[in-house]
Design a protein around this ligand. Structure first.
Ligand SMILES: [Cu+2]
Length: 252
């Protein structure tokens, strides 16, 4: 009799495990939210220069802290720090345009192993000097020279991490960012500061925020502005199947 009961309990445990593995773990939820600036945002970081070309605006917005309506902060990276398995096949290839001596978009996401396309829309030489960060140290990942308007160049992104791109052709204000990721659970905030991460298997994760930092601290020998350290924040978040969990962040 006792043996029968043990067998029965074992069967129940096994059945529960089957249900959880076939249903619970395969179900997904979403995380959305907004990044806002608390307090009065500092003035836009406008850069004045003496480069004489019609293509470059004389005063350039450095795009370092872009605060829109309702104080939403654009160009903030949001991602899962300990991501579950997920395919990057659905991610769009990253394209960055060099137009009027600015990189557009200022920040983008690319799948590890994918190809970044650099486009030069200006009739002058730009370079895309990509630096891969390891902590606060950075080293050259690629260096592309594009002297001709309409030129398009592909660059494979083999290593994951944060890449900063700068122009070495005299346009010291040109800077943009590419987050190279092996996981699809990453997003950049839009003009309103909003983000959404979808199709996340139910579970508890660390949601991370990264912003490049916006205060000009110094300029190097070439007059290139150097900024305050990046801002990083994390939050624990539990994703429930079929539901959207809202997590808001504040920069200040
Ligand atoms: Cu340039």
């Amino acid at each position: 009799m006792k043996r029968d009961r043990t067998q029965f309990l074992k069967a129940v445990v096994l059945l529960c495990a089957v249900i959880v593995s076939s249903k619970g773990w395969s179900q997904t939820g979403s995380i959305n939210g907004r990044v806002t600036f608390t307090g009065t945002p500092p003035k836009e970081t406008i850069f004045k220069h003496n480069v004489s070309t019609e293509s470059c605006d004389k005063q350039v917005d450095l795009d370092r802290l872009v605060v829109g309506k309702n104080k939403g902060v654009q160009y903030t990276l949001i991602y899962l720090k300990n991501p579950p398995a997920g395919s990057t096949n659905g991610m769009k290839p990253a394209v960055i345009d060099q137009k009027n001596c600015r990189y557009t978009p200022h920040m983008t996401i690319a799948a590890k192993g994918s190809t970044l396309e650099m486009v030069n829309s200006d009739p002058l030489l730009h370079t895309s000097h990509g630096y891969l960060y390891s902590g606060m140290e950075r080293s050259t990942a690629f260096n592309i020279a594009q002297p001709i308007a309409g030129q398009r160049t592909q660059q494979q992104l083999r290593k994951a991490g944060m890449i900063e791109i700068e122009c070495d052709a005299g346009h010291v204000w040109m800077s943009c960012w590419v987050w190279v990721t092996p996981s699809p659970f990453a997003a950049i905030t839009n003009e309103a500061g909003d983000f959404v991460l979808e199709n996340i298997p139910a579970g508890t994760y660390t949601l991370a925020l990264w912003h490049e930092g916006w205060t000009i601290k110094t300029k190097d020998a070439a007059d290139r502005p150097k900024f305050s350290d990046p801002v990083a924040q994390t939050r624990e978040v539990t994703v429930t199947a079929g539901k959207t969990t809202t997590i808001n962040f504040e920069l200040r």
